[in-house]
Ligand binder design. Structure first.
Ligand SMILES: Cc1ncc(COP(=O)(O)O)c(C=O)c1O
Length: 388
């Protein structure tokens, strides 16, 4: 069959395969990035006008765009509603950005590790994905400067607040330094922030986009982690030079975003009810994070190192004795445990053995200890086999 040449680069998603395996009810899953079921808010559809079922504007509902722009301005991102586009989940922003910038061989710069689905989509369009090493407080600035200088990438893709998968939150100093470097080299920023609201200590984390003086930018967010992923409502805010191009690309992908979902999002964003829901979400996840940390200390203390995440949904473990964690998956699933191997979060997976991403938000607390105990046993067994 004659498919397009880009289809040869289409990889199956490891996450999807693991999530499919994790559907079995007995499986204790640390794999996905799913919100806790108990925290999905009950929705009221009362008062939704009938004409919301009609075709709408490609840019999104005007009132929702106003609300999102106002929220972004409070975070220091200078923007008008005319720069806001509602999209079908922030995943669509990555698709539109890839179409806007990437030809075969186009260099793009990403954090190492980075969001798996971003890597997949950029590689599908043929990007040469370069990596800047991530430290506990953000990217290594020397490496960032060297990459920008040497490769002049088409854009840099960053997740500065509770990064997926590493949970890293950039310091204020690194945010400022990154913005200054992007201005210096004129490299476009794509800033992806699905986890910003899930903060456990409330510390400052102003977006990088708002600090840029010259470089173009796309800032993207979503209600997937704060309301419901099922709504499929995300948004992008772009510098005025990029917006018209992104709008045309959106129109060729789908005519508009789910208007029913947008109507629901408008019942929440900017309201007191939403603030209360976010406060409940934060304390619920903080408790889950604390319970997870205690169980990790019990079972992984001698096996791995990690930072306690101050927000987001993940722990990122680095094994003290490196091994390819992809090889642990089958044994873990045999034990009814699912997790995400760390290797696929890097553009060169074989050079980055030995990390695991563990989601702490979704596991039933009654099964948390047993799940981590079994996973630790699988790691221990593999390390013995390797040493033998
Ligand atoms: C970093 C990152 N970007 C984007 C997404 C996609 O979110 P959405 O449901 O809005 O498409 C996720 C979801 O896990 C994510 O972790």
């Amino acid at each position: 069959m004659a498919f397009s040449e880009r289809v040869t680069r289409l990889k199956s998603s490891l996450i999807r395969e693991i999530l499919a395996a994790a559907q079995r009810p007995q499986v204790m899953s640390f794999a996905g990035g799913l919100p806790a079921e108990a925290m999905l808010p009950a929705l009221s559809w009362e008062g939704m006008p009938l004409n919301i079922g009609q075709y709408g504007m490609s840019e999104g509902e005007p009132h929702l765009r106003e609300l999102l722009a106002a929220e972004a301005r409070t975070l220091g991102v200078p923007c008008q509603a005319s720069q806001v586009m509602v999209v079908s989940g922030s995943q669509q922003t990555l698709d539109l950005a890839a179409k806007l910038y990437i030809d075969k061989g186009t260099k793009v710069l990403l954090e190492g590790p980075t969001y798996l689905a971003a890597l997949q989509i950029f590689q599908l369009f043929g990007a040469d994905c370069l990596t800047v090493q991530l430290e506990a407080d953000g990217p290594n600035l020397g490496a960032l400067r060297a990459n920008l200088e040497r490769h002049r990438p088409a854009f840099i893709y960053l997740i500065p607040t509770f990064q997926n998968p590493s949970a890293v939150r950039y310091s204020e100093a690194k945010r400022a330094a990154v913005a200054a470097l992007l201005d210096e080299f004129g490299v476009t920023l794509i800033e992806d922030e699905p986890y910003r609201e899930l903060t456990f200590d409330g510390a400052s984390a102003q977006p990088i986009a708002g600090r840029l003086k010259k470089a173009s930018w796309i800032y993207t967010g979503t209600v997937s982690k704060t309301l419901l992923p099922g709504l499929r409502v995300g948004y992008l805010i772009a510098s005025p030079d990029l917006f018209p191009h992104l709008l045309k690309l959106k129109q060729s992908a789908d005519l508009h975003t789910n208007r029913v979902g947008q109507w629901q999002a408008m019942q929440w964003i900017g309201t007191q009810k939403y603030q209360q829901h976010l406060a409940q979400l934060r304390s619920f996840y903080r408790e889950r994070r604390d319970a997870f940390q205690a169980a990790l200390e019990r079972h992984f203390g001698d096996l791995a190192d990690w930072q306690v995440p101050q927000g987001g949904l993940f722990f990122w473990l680095t094994l003290k004795h490196k091994l390819d964690t992809r090889t642990l998956l089958a044994q873990a699933l045999d034990q009814d445990v699912a997790f995400m191997p760390g290797e696929p979060f890097f553009s060169e997976p074989d050079q980055h053995h030995g990390s695991l991403r563990l989601n702490f938000s979704h596991i039933d607390p009654a099964r948390l200890d047993e799940g981590l105990k079994r996973l630790a046993a699988v790691v221990r067994q593999a390390q013995h086999a390797q040493a033998a």
